[in-house]
Design a protein around this ligand. Structure first.
Ligand code: MN
Length: 306
């Protein structure tokens, strides 16, 4: 139960926990399961913005009273951090399509690896690539503002981008873009690889933090890995974060082949989506409530949940 006087964070789940293919029928399945599992919102992939009938999917979201956020990672041939102008232009066109689809779905946030390709680079970023990305995202943010959409920059680990691997570098990019509708999106799976701890990056972002992914160190069951969720949730409560908290998990049995290859999802972390989802929701609610009530100093996180 939510303590009186404490604003409740909206809880989300990534659509690819539920389905392996992404089309209109599978989007409708994902919406239904999201509601069945007691989540408030579903995050939908925009890897192929034309994959779903947005009018039908929006109607399904409305019927189920489920909120939506959208996310993507750019392909290497449409990388806005490239030094090649034609590649940057393809990246901007891809982002514009995704922005239009997100807006049509009613999503207030388009997030992910919008600033570079999603994948392993073989060399460090260049100054020109960084500024190409800043300029492209500034233009996209202006279009997004007219549509009432906020852009999120998801901080990911070194194997999934070379450009923004820490909250500190995300803050630098947000400052350079200089638009109010650009926020930082932190993800515990990536933080575990790149950051020193799970609280410092939250404080570093402060009110620029606009979205949070909770994922375990192996991207499976929450609480079954090494992520320090107690520190994370204490810090979220301390900075007054009142945005969405979305569970992201991948298992070889449900991740689409191409994405599994990019993310290195080779193993089966779980086989039953409803089981991993229900346990994740219970875990998030238990630890978040304990953090809000100041109980995490006395209880280890593993003792708060069953
Ligand atoms: Mn994530």
């Amino acid at each position: 139960m939510t303590p009186i006087g404490v604003r409740r964070n909206v809880l989300g789940i990534h659509a690819l926990v539920w389905v392996k293919e992404w089309d209109t029928a599978n989007a409708e399945i994902a919406i239904g399961r999201t509601a069945d599992a007691g989540f408030d919102l579903v995050e939908m992939p925009m890897l192929d913005p034309g994959a779903i009938d947005v009018e039908r999917v929006r109607a399904a979201l409305d019927r189920a009273s489920i909120d939506v956020r959208c996310s993507l990672g750019l392909p290497f041939d449409a990388d806005v951090s490239s030094e090649d102008d034609s590649v940057v232009a393809r990246g901007e066109a891809h982002l514009e399509k995704a922005l239009e689809a997100s807006s049509a779905l009613g999503a207030p946030l388009l997030t992910g690896v919008l600033y570079s390709a999603l994948g392993k680079y073989q060399s460090p970023p260049t100054a020109l690539g960084w500024s190409n990305s800043v300029n492209a995202l500034g233009r996209l943010a202006d279009r997004a503002e007219r549509l009432g959409v906020t852009l999120g920059l998801e901080v990911v680990n070194r194997y999934e981008s070379n450009l923004i691997n820490t909250a500190a570098s995300a803050m630098r990019m947000v400052d350079e873009i200089g638009r109010d509708n650009v926020v930082i999106h932190l993800d515990t799976y990536h933080m575990n690889i790149e950051e020193g701890d799970f609280a410092g990056p939250i404080f570093a972002c402060g009110d620029r933090l606009g979205y949070v992914h909770v994922g375990e160190s192996h991207r499976g069951y929450l609480g079954a890995g090494v992520v320090d969720f107690a520190s994370l949730f204490r810090a979220l409560v301390d900075v007054g974060y009142d945005g969405a908290i979305t569970f992201e998990s991948f298992s070889a049995s449900t991740t689409p082949m191409e994405l599994a290859g990019t993310l290195g999802v080779w193993r089966g972390n779980w086989v039953d989506p409803m089981d991993v989802a229900l346990r994740a929701r219970g875990y998030i609610e238990a630890v978040l409530t304990a953090a809000k009530e100041g109980r995490l100093d006395r209880h280890k996180v593993t003792r708060v949940v069953a």
